[in-house]
Design a protein around this ligand. Structure first.
Ligand SMILES: [Zn+2]
Length: 71
């Protein structure tokens, strides 16, 4: 996973937002605060990153960006 900085505050404390049901490894990363759980539904406008410094949510890819379907 490529490191991303927040477009609003520039903090490096950005974590990817994951959608769908988390597995065991993902649950561990959630507990460690390395990722943020976005929920079961995902749409083309849902954010992909979350800033832990300022709470900003954003996405880096436009609509139609190829992505795996959630479970
Ligand atoms: Zn921020």
């Amino acid at each position: 996973m490529e490191a991303t900085s927040c477009p609003r505050c520039g903090s490096k404390a950005a974590v990817p937002i994951v959608y769908g049901l988390p597995g065991e490894r993902l649950m561990a990363r959630l507990a460690a605060g390395e990722v943020r759980l976005g929920g079961c539904g995902v749409g083309p406008r849902d954010p992909e990153w979350h800033c832990k410094a300022c709470g900003n949510d954003w996405r880096v890819s436009g609509p139609g960006y190829p992505r795996r379907r959630p479970l």
